[in-house]
Design a protein. Structure first.
Length: 433
């Protein structure tokens, strides 16, 4: 079956499922394979649960004409998404970067939704499976789409661009994330820069943080012809300055040569200034009024353990434990340092996927943590535990050991930074905080 033939079937059954636990009536079930599962084995179950067709790549499981046998299910899903993208005559904004992708995406969604029927990547569906699923979720009544693209190796962003075909795009920043897969910070720069390469070749629009010298250099090196710039200086399309940062950010901003406006956010952390400014810039580019832009910024409330403020009976917690890398750790520690609080505590978990740089990067973060104003410093994980001879901090090899220690010596009346890689499961400490 050709992609065009399958696309006709998709148009009649425009819901895609890859998990038999989430089957919807008349959907298309794509029998993907993983390291520990073979979706072909669940195709019959998907049909019995209400799927219209099952796309499989093992003919052994084809029992009737509701099974569509292809050479490779994943490649077929990706090709189908490319076919659907060709039919979408709307702006598609691609977002990548080392830190802040999801927060920026959600801010942009909140802003643009004040005027447009806006689609945005759900959760973290930002990889070689998530991006095609996202594209195939865009309906005909959508007016603008925002597609988040993640990567941990070079050429992945280029591949995702081949599916999403962004007409506009932005890189949030270049930081020390996934160093193992990218092969160091220069590899990150090359890998994330693949979005710029695509937009250069396609004549697309780049939204550029002009305060970020690395991004400015990357744009200049590629000779990008169509950039819309934002930052703190007055010569940008959108200029923004921090007005207040406690407990959440408020920002004064204006278009070049026009009066100032103030946006009030529900985001803590000075590092979110860039993310908010990006959303303001994109909203302004698409001609939203300042009132609609400010409303969109104010309506966004983080609920995904990224820059989320949680007030418990005992403490105020900066929940930022969805993920961590050296760059995001540093700005989080800077923010805690600048936070006005009588008592401050930091709880940091190991950072994953740093390869040969891991030991040194954890040592540098420990040094930064020891310089951060805090009444208590708690470091969790094997990498940090290897540095336990250092004075001025508590070290625990596992999160469960940290739990036991906090149970015996609880934290009270403090502002707590809780940050680490997702695999550290630092959220298990919340009921003690």
């Amino acid at each position: 079956m050709t992609t065009e033939q399958l696309y006709k079937i998709y148009l009649k059954n425009p819901q895609i499922c890859t998990d038999t636990r989430k089957i919807t009536a008349s959907c298309l079930f794509f029998a993907l394979k993983g390291d520990n599962f073979d979706g072909n084995k669940f195709a019959q179950q998907a049909l019995e649960s209400g799927a219209a067709y099952a796309i499989i790549d093992d003919a052994e499981y084809a029992l009737d004409d509701r099974f569509i046998v292809v050479q490779d299910v994943l490649e077929t899903l990706q090709d189908l998404a490319r076919q659907h993208r060709k039919q979408l005559n709307i702006p598609v904004i691609g977002i990548t970067g080392s830190n802040g992708k999801t927060t920026t995406k959600e801010l942009i969604r909140s802003v643009l939704s004040q005027q447009f029927n806006t689609f945005a990547t759900e959760g973290n569906l930002n990889n070689h499976i998530g991006v095609p699923l996202s594209i195939l979720s865009i309906t005909n009544d959508c007016e603008i789409a925002i597609i988040e693209m993640g990567a941990n190796h070079q050429r992945e962003i280029a591949f995702l661009c081949s599916i999403a075909q962004p007409s506009h795009g932005m890189i949030t920043n270049i930081g020390k994330a996934h160093l193992e897969g990218f092969g160091g910070i220069q590899g990150v720069r090359i890998g994330k820069g693949e979005l710029y390469e695509f937009l250069y070749k396609s004549g697309g629009i780049v939204f550029l943080n002009n305060d970020d010298q690395t991004l400015s250099n990357m744009a200049s090196e590629r000779g990008l012809a169509h950039t819309v710039e934002y930052g703190t200086s007055d010569d940008n399309f959108v200029s923004a300055r921090l007005k207040n940062s406690s407990p959440c950010l408020s920002i004064d901003w204006n278009l070049s040569g026009e009066p100032k406006h103030t946006a009030f956010s529900n985001l803590p952390g000075i590092y979110n200034l860039d993310n908010i400014c990006a959303a303001i810039c994109i909203g302004s580019y698409f001609n939203l009024s300042p009132d609609k832009i400010n409303k969109g910024i104010n309506l966004y409330k983080p609920l995904n353990n990224r820059s989320q403020l949680l007030e418990t009976p005992n403490n105020i917690i900066i929940c930022d434990y969805y993920n961590a890398n050296p760059s995001s750790m540093i700005v989080a520690l800077d923010n805690l340092d600048a936070t006005d609080a009588k008592s401050k505590v930091l709880i940091l978990g190991d950072m994953f996927e740093l390869g040969e740089e891991s030991a040194n990067e954890h040592r540098l973060i420990l040094e930064k943590a020891l310089l951060t104003k805090a009444d208590r410093r708690i470091l969790v994980g094997e990498e940090f535990y290897n540095l336990k001879e250092s004075k001025g901090a508590e070290f625990y090899k596992t999160t469960s050991q940290a739990y036991d220690a906090l149970n015996l010596d609880p934290i009270k009346q403090s502002t707590i930074l809780l940050k680490g890689s997702r695999g550290m499961k630092l959220e298990s400490l919340l009921n003690l905080l």
